[in-house]
Every structure is written in C-alpha cells, then in structure tokens.
Write a protein that binds this ligand. Sequence first.
Ligand code: S3P
Length: 190
Amino acid sequence: MSKPLSEQITDIHARLAKPVVLVGMMGAGKSYLGAALASALDLPFCDSDRLIEEKAGCPVAEIFESYGESKFREAERNTIRELIGQGPAVIATGGGALTSPETLELLECQSVMIWLDADLETLWARVQKSQSRPLLMTENPKEKLASLLEQRRDLYVRAHIHQKTGAQNHQNDLDAMIKALYETLNTATV
Ligand code: S3P
C-alpha cells in the first residue's frame, strides 16, 4: 500500500536537494501547476518568464519584437541558470527553454525535471485566445503549435518525470506529480 500524500510530501522534503523544474509546451499548465506544487511542498515558486520580464521591464512579446528570439533565449538561459543555483524550489520554464542544449544539460544534471505533457487539442484550447505568445502570432497558429510540439517532443522526453495532463481535474495532476516525485526520489539517482 502506498504512503498517504502527507507522508510522501514529508519524504520529498527530506530528500530533495535540487529544484523541481516544469517543462513542456505553451498551455501545458506549467505556471498554474508549478505554483500549486510549490504551495503543496511548501517551497518557493518562480516562473522564469516572469523573472525575465521583471529584469527586462517589459513583456516577453515585446522582448521578441524589439530584440528578437535569440536575445530572449539568451536571457532565458541565463535566468534559468541563476534560478537553478538557488537550491530547492519549483520553477516553471517557458515552452522553448530546452531548445538551448546548455539549459537541457543543466536541467538534466541539476534539477528534477517534470515534463507536463498535454495533447495538441488541450494545448490549443488553452492558448488560442492568448495575445502574449509571440511564436503563435502567425497565420496558422494551431499548425505552428503542432509543429513546435513535434520538434520539441525529443527534448521533453529527456525529463526525469513524464506527467500526462489534460482538461480534467488539476488536483489529480497535482497529486500525480507529488506521487511521481516521491517515487523518483526514492528509486532513481536524480
Ligand atoms: C515560448 C513559450 C512561452 C514564452 C515564449 C516562448 C516557446 O512560455 O517563453 O513566448 O518557445 O514555447 P509559456 O510556455 O509559458 O507559454
């Protein structure tokens, strides 16, 4: 029989020496579930996109527009490196963070990475009205979302934990992430 969730949380606390980092596509729920996970585990929460915006003094979309995607990626890489150095916490990343080989390697070695994996229809339902995602400001944003998902799947599978998520109850996703974290910290050398 598995331990009650409260005991799993206590065990996670005792064993966790690295940040827990949520990766996955735009609309996967990284920010929402990341904040919920941090609150359940009583850890600090940070969203790398929000920190980049704070530092730049403008929204992500404006950084893309004024300085280009490669400058944004540079800021993203630096911000994630800085956050990883701050010890146990829950960090939500932007959907393209793993396209930097340096970030991928850093997160593989120095974090417990959770891939929040939602299917295309769920992602699309969540992002279609968004005006804040510069990569989707195209003629056919759904097609773009699908192609980014295809390009990035091989990166996301490198995560230590693969958490399927959908339109259903967020509490189920949260409980499943806690259970997966507990099991991973108990069985694997992450
Ligand atoms: C991006 C995802 C966005 C943001 C930027 C680029 C991407 O974050 O970092 O617009 O490349 O997928 P979310 O995943 O939080 O939407």
